[in-house]
Design a binder for this molecule. Sequence first.
Ligand code: FAD
Length: 397
Amino acid sequence: MTDHALCSTVLSDPKIAIIGGGLTGLLTATLLERALNQLSSSSNTPQITIFEKSRSVGRLATRYRSDSKTDKNWQWSFGAQFFTAKTADFQQFIAPWLDTGLLQPWCAEVVELTPASNNEQSPNIQSKEQWDAVHARYISKPKMTSWGRELAAALKHTTIVFKTRVAPLAHDLQSQNQQQSQKQTYNQNSKQTELFDETGASLGWFDWVICTAPNVQAVELMADSGFAQQDKITKPQMQACYTLMLGWDDVRKLPETLKDQLAPQWDVAYLNSAILDRIFIEHKKPAHGELLPSVTIHARNDWSESHVDDDIELVKEQLLQAAKQALNWNEDSAPSQIDCHRWRYAATIVNKDTEELGILIDATKQWIVSGDWCAKGNIESCYRMAQQTVKAIMQTQ
Ligand SMILES: Cc1cc2nc3c(=O)[nH]c(=O)nc-3n(C[C@H](O)[C@H](O)[C@H](O)COP(=O)(O)OP(=O)(O)OC[C@H]3O[C@@H](n4cnc5c(N)ncnc54)[C@H](O)[C@@H]3O)c2cc1C
């Protein structure tokens, strides 16, 4: 029997649960549907369910606010700003959305910005590079969330259940009498797993369970489950990131540092700062020219991690002071919109010397732990981990 025939036989009508509706979850569902569709000799179709505890698509995040006078928007991509597509597979995968214009290359002018030591002086700004087609960065329009929404809308055999938090998986049938929220069970006779939400309500039985939660949450979900590769989940470390969102009512009100007359002109600044990491000018991104002046600033991951439990208002004040020093605004050119967001689990610490973890599989229970943190912690990693998951499911059957 060929591999293909074997899969067709065993994978009839598979029920697959994906915990997490971020890009890893959405890309996994997309690639699974495509792979299982190729085995469509059977009349059965996969039944994939994505359980997402929030109401949107993961760390791809957009915030916007409307100006009641002009009806125009400020908009901030306060999670991922862009993504790369370095592998031929991923380039091929994104090509249809590049054709429709939903995804756009972002050939940003990048500078290195050293804030002045006091508010009287201007920052030092030096040209660094342009993100050109050789190392293309991509954004999605009109919002960074738009691509995730398109991926979700294109799924044919997948149900996305928002605002549902899957409770930690439990070890086996014996643990059923433990706390309600801990009674997830793997039944070795049927080789199926029953998932529950945090109230103890059953979410159904599944042939495969794929966890795509961020690393710390994956540790919690699998801690008492008897997952065969539990020791490896704790290996990668994640760091926080604070994001500051600033808006101005009019381009004429922008500080000189952000005005186009300035040389060198720039879209993205890498900062030499103990607090701030990067500044992104939102209204200068391709197909974003309709926006009111909007700027997103990411704080450094190490600084964010060491202030992760601080009062958010105090953090906002510190970020604002650092931003003021970097962008050098005065009373007349101060931003009118100010917002701050804390990402507890933003970035995976990547050690270039150690081997990439890759997805973690418990072949007996048919559980997979995946997510960007199993690789380099970026969007391209989500795709590669989705590919690994689909390959594992097709092979292990
Ligand atoms: C500030 C910031 C800047 C970034 N910049 C870039 C960038 O420029 N380029 C780039 O490529 N990447 C960037 N990234 C990383 C990129 O956003 C991530 O790699 C990607 O979004 C991760 O997707 P994911 O699906 O693996 O995880 P997530 O998007 O975190 O999705 C996991 C989902 O699981 C859900 N979940 C967790 N536990 C449960 C549970 N028990 N039940 C149900 N659902 C659950 C969560 O709510 C979440 O939605 C950035 C991230 C941040 C935060």
